[in-house]
Design a protein around this ligand. Structure first.
Ligand SMILES: Cc1cc2nc3c(=O)[nH]c(=O)nc-3n(C[C@H](O)[C@H](O)[C@H](O)COP(=O)(O)OP(=O)(O)OC[C@H]3O[C@@H](n4cnc5c(N)ncnc54)[C@H](O)[C@@H]3O)c2cc1C
Length: 456
């Protein structure tokens, strides 16, 4: 590897202004939002076109320089940490919305477009891009991590909402995958191989996204339960009944207390389910909510706030999305991991009961929340350095339990650095060998985001 030669060639390719080696820039790109330790890259490059990304990767491949893609740096599993140093390719300047195919409910965008900018732009068409990880992530980062979030229960994860990609391989070749047809079955499915690969197989430069009409009507409620196990039981009945919520979020009692104290939310301080139904007919939406409420009562609900208006609903979703910031604000100097596991929804009550006991055994409060309707829960552990080993142990126990229940080590945050060690347990050694072969075929010099996804 010859970093000086590589950086000189990069400057010649994209211009001096689009290559940075400034200390603060390197620091910003040395970490994501996880607790995985920072690693300083050697340079940051800001391309504007697919052709420039192609040139950057050709140089890096020739010089043997590691390359890590960077969208908004909001990953939670070390996915965006440049673990082997090298170059970070920041997609900040690839932020153009290239086309809105309104009649087909599609948009083609560059990878650096931020989710909220897209949402604002699409609102004038009455359309939106459903995946919503809460953070203002980039479309490229969402594709790379297969982000999901609160609306996945109705619309699926990012993987289900991307029709076509332009991607650049490690040696600089540009490939197109997918098409603008909603149904596709030609050839091997490289599109879905690249989605969720965390920038280890290719860098995504453009994507055609599936959009949905903004629903006209909604019904939102926050239902309180005596304990988290009852919340999990209610989730199971609501899903088992065949209702199709637009969101079914578990909130823990501490978070509700903090929402009340910090933001005057006025919610009952109890483990709760935040549920929402959306649709084109007010009758259908109200009927679904009434069924969900009666199933919640049967599961032991002790109260509810419902019939919420637009403003209250928007405020509650804002509070739900800012849970992480709230924990950080209330626990200055402490670390915060969000453990992410997912199981078949019928086993959610068992996972939650297990998590309750595991948290109690290790001396943590019970900070369970998450996208319970998908069987996907998060345990938000805030801890001082002295409790780091216990936090890691808790994460390991929950992953093991999720796998026993037929689930996965990560529902939506990706494998990154933190979950690599569970991959063989989850899929078996042969399947992981196949993954290594794919990596070897597409990136033989291992320059793309090394140290991520696959175990060494
Ligand atoms: C407060 C908060 C709440 C969150 N809630 C959720 C949630 O509910 N659901 C959820 O799924 N996630 C959630 N996340 C995690 C995070 O927002 C997602 O993982 C998101 O997809 C990361 O996007 P990003 O643009 O920040 O990508 P980055 O963090 O910059 O990068 C993510 C990965 O993609 C790679 N990459 C970036 N751009 C490209 C590209 N163009 N081509 C190829 N690889 C690329 C990076 O190398 C890295 O591996 C949350 C994060 C925070 C901070």
């Amino acid at each position: 590897m010859n970093p000086t030669a590589a950086i000189r060639q990069l400057r010649e390719l994209v211009g001096d202004q689009a290559v940075s080696t400034g200390a603060s820039d390197l620091e910003i790109h040395s970490h994501d939002e996880s607790t995985h330790g920072p690693v300083l890259p050697g340079a940051i490059v800001y391309p504007k076109t697919t052709a420039e990304v192609s040139g950057i990767l050709a140089i890096a491949n020739r010089e043997g320089m590691p390359v890590t893609g960077y969208g908004a740096g909001t990953s939670l599993e070390g996915n965006a940490v440049p673990a082997a140093g090298g170059i970070v390719v920041d997609f900040r300047d690839m932020n153009r919305i290239l086309a809105i195919h309104e009649e087909d409910f599609q948009a083609t965008v560059q990878a650096g477009v931020l989710r909220l900018d897209l949402e604002e732009h699409l609102s004038r068409y009455g359309l939106f891009f459903p995946p919503d990880p809460g953070a203002n992530a980039s479309i490229g980062g969402m594709i790379a991590n297969n982000a999901a979030g609160i609306r996945a229960i109705k619309y699926g994860a990012t993987r289900d909402n991307v029709l076509a990609l332009t991607a650049v391989l490690a040696d600089g070749r540009v490939i197109k995958t997918g098409s603008r047809s909603v149904k596709q079955s030609a050839g091997y499915d490289l599109r879905h191989l690249i989605i969720g690969s965390e920038g280890t197989l290719a860098l995504v430069t453009e994507a055609t996204l599936k959009l949905a009409p903004v629903p006209e009507h909604f019904a939102t409620a926050v239902v309180a339960f005596p304990d988290v196990s009852s919340v999990a039981a209610a989730v199971h009945s609501i899903m088992g009944y065949g209702l199709e919520p637009a969101a079914l979020e578990m909130l823990h009692a501490y978070d509700i207390r903090w929402m009340n104290e910090d933001e005057d939310a006025g919610l009952v301080e109890a483990p709760s389910l935040m549920m929402e139904f959306t649709g084109a007919s007010v009758v259908a939406v109200d009927e679904a909510m009434a069924e969900a409420r009666s199933l919640s009562n049967a599961a032991g609900a002790v109260g509810a706030q419902e019939g919420l208006d637009h403003q209250t609903r928007a405020q509650l979703w804002r509070l739900r999305h800012s849970a992480r910031e709230r924990y950080a604000r209330r626990n200055p100097g402490k670390k915060h991991i969000t453990i992410d596991v997912s199981v078949p929804v019928s086993t959610l009550p068992e996972l939650v009961a297990f998590a309750e006991k595991a948290c109690a055994d290790l001396g943590f409060d019970l900070p369970i929340y998450g996208h319970a309707g998908d069987g996907n829960i998060h345990i938000g552990v805030v801890y001082a350095q002295a409790a780091a080993t216990a936090a890691t142990e808790l994460s390991g126990k929950l992953v093991k339990k999720a796998l026993e229940l037929g689930g996965t080590s990560t529902g939506e945050h990706g494998t990154g650095i933190g979950k690599r060690k569970y991959l063989v347990d989850e899929f078996g050694a042969d399947a992981v060998d196949v993954m290594h072969s794919i990596k070897q075929a597409l990136d033989p010099n291992n320059i793309l985001n090394p140290g991520k996804v696959l175990p060494d």
